[in-house]
Design a protein around this ligand. Structure first.
Ligand code: NAD
Length: 351
C-alpha cells in the first residue's frame, strides 16, 4: 500500500493499492451512517447493493452515468437521499465511481448541513490521478461545465486498482492523457515508463506506479496552492484548448481525448515561445498516438474554439492564458498572445 499525504484546507491521505470492501467496512466502524453514492453501472459491476445490504449503517444512492449525474436535478436527488437516510453531521458520504461521481458527491458533502465528511473511491484512471485528488467538487449547469462547485477536500481517497480491470480501453486511454500531462509538467519517470510501454495493455500492467507518480505530483501542487493562485495552473497544461474542444464536441468526447489534442497544441506553443526542443514535441504526439488518443482537430473549427476559450475565461474572470513548458518538468505561464500567433500554431495541429 502506498500512502501520499495532501495538505490543503485539511490534511488527508491518498491510499493506493487497498481493497475497497475492507476500507468501506472500516469507514462503517467510524461513522453511524454512511451514504454510498455510485452510478448504476458500478453498482451492477461490483454488486454494491449487496455490500450495502450487509450493514444497517450503509445506505446506497444510485446516480446516472457520466456527466448526466453532474446536474442540479441529480444533486437534488442526492440531498433527498441524505434526508431520507437522516444523514447528520457525524455521518459520511462515500463516492464510488469516476470523476463525475466524486465531483457530484464531494459537492453534495460540501453543501449538506454546511459540510459533512466524504471519502472518494475513484473507479476510473482519470478519477484516480486527477478528479478525486485536490478538493475541487462541483456540477455542471446551462451556464457551463464545472462552474458551480466548491473546494472541499475528502477525509481520504482510497484507490483500489482492481476497479480498472473493467474500465474500457477508451476510458483507460482518456485517463492516460492526464498521466502524460503530468509527465511533461513534472515527472521524467512517468515519461520513461510510458516510453517503455509498447501498448495500452503494457500501461495497464504499470498502472499502480503511474498512479502513484501522478498523485504525488498533484498532491505536491495542491498542497502548495489549493485555490489555484498560480502554481496549480500548471495542472491545466493542455486544458485551455482541450476545454474548448470538449465544448465544441457537445461534451460527447471523454475529457482526456480533448486534452490530448490540447497537449499537442500546448507543446507546439511551447516550441515556438519557450524553445521546447522539437523531439519533446514529437514525443507528445508519439505517446498520445501509441495509446490511441487523438492529436489533431478540424482546421475549420479554429474561430469557434477561440470564441469558446474566451467565453470560458470570461466566465471564470480570467484572461486567456496557456501553460507551456520550456523543458520536461519546467512549466511556463504564457499570456497576452496574439490571435494570429495562436492561429499559426493551430495550423500545425489541424487537418
Ligand atoms: N475535480 C477535479 O479536479 C476534476 C479533474 C478532472 C476531471 N474532473 C471531472 O471528472 C469527470 C471525468 O472523469 P471520468 O473520466 O472518470 O468520468 P466518469 O465518472 O463519467 O466515468 C467515465 C465512464 O466510465 C465508467 N466507469 C467508471 N468506473 C468504471 C469501472 N471501474 N469499470 C467500468 N466502467 C467504469 C462510468 O460509468 C462512465 O461511463 C468530468 O466530469 C470532469 O469534469 C474533475
Amino acid at each position: 500500500m502506498i500512502e501520499i499525504k495532501v495538505s490543503s484546507e485539511r490534511e488527508y491521505s491518498v491510499h493506493i493499492g487497498i481493497s475497497w470492501q475492507e476500507e468501506l467496512l472500516e469507514i462503517c466502524r467510524s461513522f453511524d451512517k454512511v451514504l454510498v453514492i455510485a452510478p448504476k453501472k458500478i453498482v451492477e459491476l461490483y454488486e454494491i447493493d449487496q455490500v450495502a445490504a450487509s450493514s444497517s449503517k450503509l445506505f446506497l444512492h444510485e446516480v446516472a452515468d457520466g456527466e448526466d449525474q453532474k446536474t442540479l436535478t441529480s444533486l437534488d436527488g442526492v440531498w433527498s437521499a441524505l434526508a431520507q437516510a437522516k444523514i447528520g453531521r457525524k455521518d459520511a458520504i462515500v463516492a464510488i465511481g469516476g470523476g463525475a461521481t466524486t465531483d457530484l458527491s464531494g459537492f453534495a458533502a460540501a453543501t449538506w448541513l454546511r459540510g459533512i465528511e466524504w471519502f472518494a473511491f475513484p473507479s476510473t484512471l482519470a478519477g484516480a490521478v486527477d478528479a478525486a485528488v485536490g478538493g475541487k467538487t462541483g456540477i455542471n449547469s446551462p451556464a457551463g461545465k464545472n462552474l458551480i462547485g466548491s473546494f472541499y477536500s475528502p477525509r481520504a481517497v482510497f484507490i483500489d486498482t482492481s476497479f480498472l480491470s473493467t474500465l474500457s480501453d477508451r476510458d483507460f486511454a482518456a485517463g492516460l492523457a492526464e498521466v502524460i500531462k503530468t509527465g511533461f509538467i513534472a515527472s521524467e519517470e512517468i515519461l520513461t515508463i510510458l516510453d517503455a510501454c509498447a501498448s495500452l495493455e503494457d500501461a495497464r500492467v504499470k498502472v499502480e506506479r503511474l498512479i502513484a507518480l501522478s498523485v504525488a505530483v498533484k498532491a505536491r501542487v495542491v498542497s502548495e496552492d489549493f485555490k489555484e493562485g498560480k502554481l496549480r495552473e500548471i495542472l491545466n497544461y493542455g486544458h485551455t484548448l482541450g476545454h474548448a474542444i470538449e465544448r465544441s464536441e457537445g461534451y460527447t468526447w471523454r475529457h482526456g481525448e480533448a486534452i490530448a489534442i490540447g497537449l499537442v497544441f500546448a507543446a507546439e506553443l511551447s516550441h515556438s515561445l519557450c524553445d521546447l526542443p522539437a523531439p519533446v514535441v514529437a514525443s507528445h504526439r508519439n505517446l498520445l498516438t501509441k495509446f490511441g488518443l487523438p492529436i489533431s482537430y478540424s482546421a475549420h473549427k479554429w474561430d469557434e474554439l477561440l470564441d469558446f476559450m474566451r467565453l470560458d475565461k470570461k466566465a471564470r474572470s480570467a484572461s486567456l492564458r496557456f501553460i507551456g513548458i520550456s523543458e520536461v518538468g519546467t512549466p511556463q505561464w504564457l499570456e497576452n498572445l496574439q490571435d494570429d500567433q495562436l492561429a499559426l500554431i493551430y495550423e500545425r495541429i489541424s487537418q
